[in-house]
Design a binder for this molecule. Structure first.
Ligand code: NAD
Length: 474
């Protein structure tokens, strides 16, 4: 495979696709249709600056595949964003949704700004105007294309998008399903905020629980005691680090854009975050044994698992030789270049590929969209019913056996599921099942030597079946 140094992110994704496609039996034309970005909308719009001036903003929305509707994918706010990157991320969304059986096509948006350079009012203007442009061109809607947060955007931006869309579509019953990642108070869903990180942690746990695979890496099975370095302390990185710590992993390293810190005995995540809030930097943290002003050096320290959770192209031909981890869990999209991935796999390492690893976010976005279409929170209708039924059963068993449960045991047994518990259950089931589906594809074909190829093979099969069933019309 080609190295990303000479090519583009979208070409990287296509190179991974082409490599996997040789293990499928589909005609070239169908593979071309799956691979292509169906619609690329590039637009520019003016906003009024706080100082009275006018600035022109570059933006994109790409719908990669319409084999399922709506299409779905986050909006990236970054001064580095460009058309190629948005196309690549949109394509990854198609494959990601297929892998975790979320019935959407892939899409992605981009707004070329550094959010730090704008006031909140300006960011609101940018976001609302971006949404208006999407409405004008029919690039947003609960049955058309449903954005979500990505790098540089979050619940606040999703609220502005939902409100703008609804204002332009008054009375549309399902309008709130036009975007996901909204706050709870504005038709969001419990568990969405931390869903991607929770999913990444579950993906890693599933991987390290397979004793046979860990033996090949010279590691013991199980997440407890595994040494982890996380790059990026944003939404995905923070929650991944938090859940991995809860599972018993040791957080030995953290990398942010201002630098990296390391302690072989473990870093306390909450303390690091508090320190960064106070000082504006992770550097200078008292609990670190070592710190690096060059953040990239943080990736090269001793650990079992490296979790890049910031941006693409962080692990390339130039640093892969110095990466000490045996597992790379791609929490970010596209953090490993094709050449680096090849080198890592050849020396026996495991890469948990982005398109599966960070799919927890879109999985819970799907649940949020379902909630918006049904206009009722999960568990609202049946929680009390379930509790009453469980209580009846417990009372009968107590009577029949003469054994009484303690109050604590009783409330544990009768408790009905909350929305958060249902969301987390659906998320865990999705991540666990998908991991083993991908691993089984790999194990079934000795020529497939990595999980990414296996994930692409699975995704291509599913998207191909949809396209073949749909046919071509007109
Ligand atoms: P975010 O904006 O919340 O956080 C990104 C973090 O990375 C920030 O703290 C930023 O300071 C840090 N960072 C930037 N450059 C860095 C560098 N060179 N070294 C170290 N840290 C750096 O973004 P996010 O939502 O957490 O997204 C991170 C990645 O995860 C992106 O690739 C995104 O596409 C992917 N992703 C996000 C979601 C989601 O639900 N938010 C879902 C799937 C995939």
């Amino acid at each position: 495979m080609a190295d990303s140094a000479n090519t583009s992110f979208f070409n990287d994704v296509c190179a991974f696709f082409d490599h996997a496609a040789q293990f499928t039996n589909h005609p070239a034309g169908l593979l071309d249709q799956i691979k292509a970005c169906n619609s690329v909308y590039r637009f520019r719009f003016p906003i009024r600056k706080a100082n009275g001036g006018v600035e022109v903003i570059d933006a994109w929305r790409v719908e990669h595949s319409h084999h399922m509707s709506p299409t779905k994918g986050g909006i990236r706010y970054s001064e580095m964003v460009n058309e190629d990157e948005v196309m690549a991320l949109a394509a990854l969304m198609t494959y990601k949704c297929a892998i975790v059986n979320v019935p959407f096509g892939g899409a992605k948006g981009g707004i070329k700004i550094n959010t730090r350079n704008y006031t909140i009012a300006e960011l609101e203007n940018i976001t609302r105007r971006f949404t208006v442009e999407l409405v004008k061109k029919n690039f947003i809607g609960p049955a058309i294309d449903v954005p979500a947060p990505d790098y540089g955007s979050g619940e606040r931006e999703m609220s502005w998008i939902a409100d703008t869309y609804y204002t332009m579509n008054p009375g549309q019953l399902d309008a709130m399903g036009c975007v996901t990642g909204k706050p709870i108070a504005l038709h969001g869903i419990h568990g969405r905020r931390e869903a991607t990180g929770r999913g990444v942690a579950i993906a890693i746990r599933e991987c390290v629980d397979v004793a046979e695979d860990m033996k090949e890496l010279g590691l013991t099975a199980g997440i407890a005691g595994k040494r982890v370095i996380v790059q990026g302390l944003g939404n995905v990185g923070f929650h991944t680090a938090n859940f991995l710590s809860e599972m018993g992993a040791i957080l030995v390293g953290l990398c942010e854009y201002e630098g990296a810190i390391y302690n072989s005995n473990g870093l306390d995540l909450a303390e690091v975050v508090a320190h960064r809030k106070d000082t504006g930097s992770i550097l200078g943290f008292g609990g670190a044994e070592q710190e690096f002003k060059n953040s990239a050096l943080g990736l090269e320290q001793e650990c079992d698992i490296l979790v890049p959770a910031a941006l693409e192209n962080q692990i390339t031909a130039s640093n892969i030789g110095r990466i000490k981890a045996k597992i790379i869990a791609e929490a970010a999209n596209g953090p490993t270049s094709p050449e680096a991935a090849d080198a890592f796999t050849q020396r026996g390492g495991i890469i948990i590929p982005d398109m599966y690893c960070n799919a927890g976010g879109v999985t819970v976005s799907y649940f949020e969209w379902l909630k918006n279409l049904s206009h009722v929170a999960f568990g609202r209708m049946d929680k009390r019913y379930e509790e009453n039924a469980n209580l009846t059963l417990v009372t009968m068993v107590e009577k029949m056996t003469g054994v009484s449960l303690t109050a604590e045991q009783r409330s544990l047994v009768i408790k009905g599921a909350s929305e958060l518990e249902l969301v987390n259950s659906g998320l865990e089931d999705t991540m666990v099942r998908s991991y083993h589906e991908i691993r089984n594809i790999q194990k079934r074909n000795p020529k497939i030597n990595d999980l990414r190829t296996a994930a692409f093979v699975g995704a291509i099969e599913k998207v191909a079946v949809s396209y073949m069933n749909m046919g071509i019309w007109p």
